[in-house]
Design a protein around this ligand. Structure first.
Ligand SMILES: Cc1cc2nc3c(=O)[nH]c(=O)nc-3n(C[C@H](O)[C@H](O)[C@H](O)COP(=O)(O)O)c2cc1C
Length: 251
């Protein structure tokens, strides 16, 4: 699926229409270009390979091209796993070949055309196996369409007592760190779920602290409509395989 990297041989500037087509495309080779910072002159090649890629993209659309999508997640108590499964269901209903797998179980993500990576947030950070997954697959992720999500804040309020957006304030530190590393196409925080009876070990001590306890109302706050809408927007970007009408969303 990575078409361009070794093919570029000549120089030249694409027309603005070509650039627009290219930017709208969802095939993985686009990431190679955008990873270059959008400066075509700095690409390891030129316009001929770019045009070949555009032509091939048109072929893919005509033939119907299902992306092989990896949804990799890290979940401690199951809330994030549920979100990952739902994202996978939406993408597969839209005709893509989807695997939903724990980050720790994917050594090498080579072979997938696109990737969604998500983790629960604990103490403002993604879980370590999700962070490790991204670092060990940084090269693949930087050259393919990738989206990140985090499951974290608890409660029904979308704005805190100071008027700040709760989801924006709950971005894990890794979102900023991974921006430069892998250039994700999107990053999203979702409300999570918390059952005080279900947690174990050090987490029990952390939530016992009054300042933390107040921020952690028990309950399942996962917003399935928001999760499905986000997954649907990813499916939109990846494009619908031809000859396969998107199935009706369950009511
Ligand atoms: C000890 C503890 C610390 C947490 N820290 C954070 C945090 O820093 N930021 C956040 O948004 N959510 C935090 N949460 C909420 C969890 O991220 C949320 O419950 C999540 O949905 C759990 O996902 P999981 O069941 O997949 O592990 C914390 C939860 C616990 C129990």
């Amino acid at each position: 699926m990575v078409l361009l990297s070794w093919e570029w041989t000549d120089a030249g500037a694409p027309s603005s229409r070509e650039v627009q087509r290219f930017a709208a495309s969802a095939i993985p080779c686009i990431r190679i270009l955008s990873a270059s910072g959008g400066t075509f002159g700095r690409l390891p090649g030129g316009i001929a390979a770019y045009r070949r890629a555009c032509a091939r993209r048109t072929d893919m659309e005509r033939e119907g091209f299902a992306m092989k999508v990896l949804v990799a997640y890290s979940s401690k108590y199951g809330a994030t796993e549920g979100i990952a499964q739902r994202i996978g269901e939406v993408l597969s209903r839209r005709g893509h070949e989807v695997e939903v797998v724990r980050c720790a179980d994917v050594d090498d993500a080579t072979g997938y055309d696109a990737c969604v990576v998500g983790s629960a947030a604990y103490m403002f950070n993604w879980r370590k196996d999700a962070t490790r997954f991204v670092k060990r697959n940084a090269e693949m992720l930087a050259t393919h369409p990738v989206w990140l999500f985090s499951s974290g804040p608890l409660g029904a309020d979308t704005v805190d007592k100071d008027g700040n957006d709760v989801l924006a304030g709950a971005e894990p530190k890794q979102f900023a760190e991974f921006e430069d590393l892998i250039h994700p196409r999107g990053r999203q925080v979702f409300f999570g779920a918390y059952d005080p009876e279900g947690i174990s070990g050090r987490d029990r001590i952390v939530v016992w602290m009054p300042a933390i306890r107040d921020l952690m109302p028990a309950g399942d706050y996962r917003d399935w409509a928001a999760i499905e809408a986000w997954a649907g927007s990813i499916a939109d970007e990846l494009g619908a395989p031809a000859g396969r009408a998107p199935e009706k969303e369950p009511t």
